[in-house]
Write a protein that binds this ligand. Structure first.
Ligand code: NCD
Ligand code: ZN
Length: 346
């Protein structure tokens, strides 16, 4: 049976820039009303002026007639000035600040080396009520890559909450039962986003019959027990878990490489993949809350007013998609997704 829901938003998205952005933006704009756009460009979007210019480029690249709204973020560094935070809040176009531990993931080289250095900016965010979005992984080389999220909770998140109790934070793309438990036990100022690929795949996907670079993302996929905890959180009652695809396109040759990039492209089926995960649980009735209600409520934005309809008809996914002068390999390439977007009505 088809389902109709309030148009969803994507609270964690990589759009890239230039021809790559023009290639991927229509996939998101067709499904989602708004998206929190990640600032990890080269160079990163560290100022309001850069965020404004990036937003203008996104608006120019929108398909004709699209009302998709990019919600901009700025990239926190050790030296972000409190005045930049005040200007971000004032701008009305910047909705959050992104914290990448330096070296944690794609284009995080300019990220935070030690958040104590960013205290003035964090205090300003607390004061102006501008949310902090966390890539919640430690980067210490002595910490096992599968433990990096769990270790971040005690080592960094708890002290951040203690030192900035008024700061609203989103633990982005949670991947472990530990993170789910942590968020559940925390107060209303902490929320989390969950990707579709972490709901559908466990870490076996990376090694299915050989090494699968297109299943490599950060935080890396975890074992089945963790996937189940994420599914329970996404389909459960806690309003602090909501949708963030973390769709992260990379040109095919940069993933099929001796040192392949992290990131999975899911925007081509950005809501359909979640429908699959929720249907597998018999919880399709919870999809609207997760995809369309809790995110805007946390960000204090109105919920969308228009609706989309999905039907349970297998949608074939091409083996590759155009990506500027290159190509990219989307999730489920050459296979099908169990749901199809039928219509989007105002
Ligand atoms: C993201 C990217 O490619 O920008 N990659 C990823 O694996 N998720 C960065 C990020 O969100 O960590
Ligand atoms: Zn991301």
């Amino acid at each position: 049976m088809a389902i109709t829901l309030t148009r969803p938003d994507d609270w964690h998205l990589h759009l890239r820039d230039g021809a790559a952005m023009a290639a991927v933006l229509p996939d998101t704009a067709r499904r989602f009303g708004r998206a929190i756009v990640m600032p990890n460009l080269k160079p990163p979007v560290t100022t309001v002026a850069a965020a404004r210019a990036y937003r203008d480029r996104i608006l120019l690249a929108r398909p004709a007639g699209s009302t998709f709204e990019p919600l901009m973020t700025i990239y926190l560094t050790d030296n972000t000035a409190p005045a930049e935070i005040a200007a971000a809040k004032q701008s009305g176009i910047v909705h959050a600040v992104k914290y990448y531990p330096a070296g944690a993931t794609t284009n995080s080289e300019s990220g935070v080396t030690d958040w104590h250095k960013a205290r003035p900016a964090l205090a300003a965010m607390e004061q102006h009520d501008l949310p902090l979005l966390l890539h919640g992984e430690v980067t210490d080389s002595d910490v096992d890559v599968f433990d990096r999220e769990r270790v971040f909770l005690a080592r960094h998140l708890a002290p951040l909450q203690r030192d900035f109790p008024g700061l609203r934070m989103v633990l982005e793309h949670v991947t472990t039962a530990d993170a789910v438990d942590y968020v559940r036990a925390a107060g209303p100022k902490l929320a989390a986003t969950i990707t579709a690929h972490h709901l559908l795949w466990n870490r076996n996907a990376i090694f299915q019959g050989g090494i699968r670079p297109h299943a490599f993302c950060l935080p890396v996929l975890k074992r089945e027990r963790h996937r189940q905890a994420l599914v329970a959180a996404a389909t459960g009652d806690d309003p602090r878990f909501f949708l963030g695809t973390d769709s992260a396109p990379h040109a095919r040759h940069t993933k099929e490489h001796s040192c392949g990039c992290a990131g999975i492209y899911t925007a081509h089926a950005g809501i359909e993949l979640y429908a699959e995960a929720f249907a597998a649980q018999g919880k399709l009735d919870r999809l609207q809350a997760f995809a369309s209600e809790r995110g805007p409520d946390f960000y204090r934005l109105p919920r969308n007013r228009d609706r989309i309809t999905l039907e349970p008809v297998p949608m074939p996914v091409p083996a590759t998609l155009a990506y500027g002068e290159h190509e990219l390999v989307p999730m489920r390439a050459g296979e099908t997704v169990a749901w199809r977007l039928v219509s989007a009505t105002a």
